[in-house]
Design a protein around this ligand. Sequence first.
Ligand code: NAX
Length: 339
Amino acid sequence: SKEPIRVLVTGAAGQIGYALVPMIARGVMLGADQPVILHMLDIPPAAEALNGVKMELVDAAFPLLKGVVATTDVVEGCTGVNVAVMVGGFPRKEGMERKDVMSKNVSIYKAQASALEKHAAANCKVLVVANPANTNALILKEFAPSIPEKNISCLTRLDHNRALGQISERLNVQVSDVKNVIIWGNHSSTQYPDVNHATVKTPAGEKPVRELVADDACLMIVLLYRLNGEFISTVQQRGAAIIKARKLSSALSAASSACDHIRDWVLGTPEGTFVSMGVYSDGSYNVPAGLIYSFPVTCKNGEWTIVQGLAIDEYSRKKLDLTADELSEEKALAYSCLS
Ligand code: NAX
């Protein structure tokens, strides 16, 4: 049987943590035949709640779960981990300046970067979920120079999955038949959800989403309008809509998407399918190098590769640049917090 994989979840006493740890313990993230040891890290005010989560994990008697480390000690939390899902962070509270929130997260991610660099397993894969996710991941990368940059990513898969869900609802097709949407850029309201390369499986083969109703000129116009306006804003604003409805931010969908992100990264994407991941930009699609930016990627043998050669129209180009500009600003703000 397989050796257990150690998975760190920071912020494990929070809402996403509570939805995420049982998914990991059930094999949703790494496979139904892959034993896991969970490392759960939180801060001292949450220690008691964290212990409660540990008690529930014991009570659930998950066959794949070979051990639980629940701790407020960063070094203990990071030691030997093969996968690190960084959900813990400092949330923006009413009336707080952006710079103050950034400053808190910069210091958290700087410290956790060093702990991961020194104590995690070699080749540990890191996924940052906590906001500002792209910039937290960038700080983590900067302060863990010995972790390969290819191993550090941030979550935009939730936005990607939201886009799949919207297409499925609007076109009245199964979500599992929709693929190859793209989230470009920042996990924020400037992200660009792009359907130009998305397809839907139909009885007549795979059809581009944009051509799906080409037989009906009138409907086509309505749909095109919606794909460029309403669709994009619905995906961008979905997080806010969930907060309005639930009085709490997305948790189960965030947890599930974090599992999708790691699973595809480790086990590979299906042939002909790409997914969105926030990764270190190499200048592809004229996105400035040195940002953590969400791109379309395929994964194989535990490595992601940015999908190359997709046509970018003028409308899309502006959207790609707008979200890159925001990330450059965030990067500058984060650096100003370091000095
Ligand atoms: P919660 O406030 O419920 O949980 C956060 C947990 O992190 C708390 O238990 C807190 O004690 C802990 N924490 C704080 N500082 C820590 C530190 N230094 N080390 C370890 N743990 C620490 O928030 P939740 O709803 O779970 O959301 C967590 C993060 O995910 C937030 O930053 C949120 O903005 C972000 N999100 C990101 C998404 C994405 O797609 N990238 C979507 C969902 C979510 O909004």
